[in-house]
Design a protein around this ligand. Structure first.
Ligand code: SAM
Length: 317
């Protein structure tokens, strides 16, 4: 088994199906919003190419979970077939991280394909601050998508990046939104990724500040952290569970089990390392693949998240 000196291995694969997104969130990009989000064929792999790579990785790693992300994974037209074929490889959990703009229309086909669960990125319930963050007016569609997915029985979790001066007033409303639907919500500290690599502190709102804000209305106690989990969880006196992903103040590199694959066929062992290792042409060669995986494993940070100049949408948030 492939394992490093800290006992870390890879059992979760995150696949950025495309680096294109239909939202222009300020933590992912500082580029002006374009009219239409278009995927150029030369910038993504075909389903059979993804399947070949994932199969090769599964043979080596016995993957528990594949999470499809991006960019925006629902822009990848063949996503339902891809999910079905990943399940056929024998990988039990296929999950999705999405902005949910196209969730309402795709939820049934995703469920039928065997999708296990969805993480929806939702940074605000207020149309104006949602627009300021994402440069789009899609909030209503997103909320309908969440409720539709829940109605047809797909488990949904929410992820909210909390940013100073942008949406800290949304922490309590979003917590209530999650409680009303009995779904889990995780608040994220902004990370030093992409164009924010050197300026993230301007938006940074710490785990302690998030807890303080929640403490204005709720009492809560910490829960045990699961091995390899990105979030630490708390439970309120009303029995609502919420999580915080505090990559900056409380990094969780020590037991990170994630491997990332981008839409060009490069793997990455760590969010803090933007040196992709191409496996597109040798994912079916066990020896060469093992060598590449060892390289990726050696990219993992010891304890501290260092960030990267590469935006998360290239390597899968
Ligand atoms: N488009 C999909 C979505 O919106 O969920 C998937 C990709 S997007 C990169 C996934 C998530 O990564 C974002 O919603 C956000 O939660 C997180 N993310 C990206 N850049 C981030 C940053 N600099 N700091 C914190 N979170 C970030």
């Amino acid at each position: 088994m492939l394992v490093d000196k800290y006992g870390r291995t890879f059992n979760t694969l995150r696949v950025s199906l495309t680096n294109v997104c239909n939202l222009f969130c300020n933590y992912c990009t500082d580029q002006p919003a374009t009219e239409k989000a278009v995927i150029h064929k030369s910038n993504v792999l075909y389903t059979n190419e993804y399947i070949k790579i994932i199969k090769g990785l599964h043979l080596k790693l016995n993957l528990e979970t594949v999470r499809l992300t991006g960019g925006e994974p629902l822009l990848y037209k063949d996503i339902s077939n891809l999910i079905e074929e990943i399940r056929e490889i024998g990988i039990k959990k296929v999950k999705l991280t999405t902005n949910a703009v196209f969730l309402k229309e795709k939820a049934v086909s995703l469920k039928n394909a065997g999708l296990s669960s969805i993480n929806v990125s939702l940074d605000s319930l207020d149309p104006e601050s949602f627009f300021i963050i994402s440069k789009r007016r899609n909030l209503k569609k997103i909320l309908e998508g969440i409720d539709h997915a829940l109605a047809i029985g797909i488990p949904v979790k929410l992820n909210t990046v909390v940013m100073k001066g942008m949406n800290t007033d949304q922490i309590l409303p979003l917590l209530e939104f999650a409680r009303e639907r009995s779904i889990s919500i995780r608040f994220l500290e902004v990370m030093k990724m992409g164009h924010l690599h050197n300026s993230y502190h301007e938006l940074y709102f710490s785990r302690e500040e998030i807890l303080e804000k929640i403490g204005e209305q709720h009492q809560f106690i910490p829960m045990d952290r699961e091995h390899g989990a990105t979030a630490t969880y708390w439970i309120t006196d009303k029995k609502q569970v919420f999580g915080i992903i505090a990559n900056e103040s409380h990094p969780f590199c020590g037991d990170c089990n994630r491997l990332r694959l981008d839409s060009y066929g490069n793997i990455y062992g760590c969010l803090s390392n933007d040196n992709g290792i191409s496996i597109k042409d040798h994912s079916d060669d066990p020896l060469k693949l093992e060598y590449s995986l060892k390289q990726a494993l050696s990219q993992k940070q010891e304890i501290q998240f260092a960030g990267s100049v590469m935006s998360m949408r290239y390597i899968g948030g």
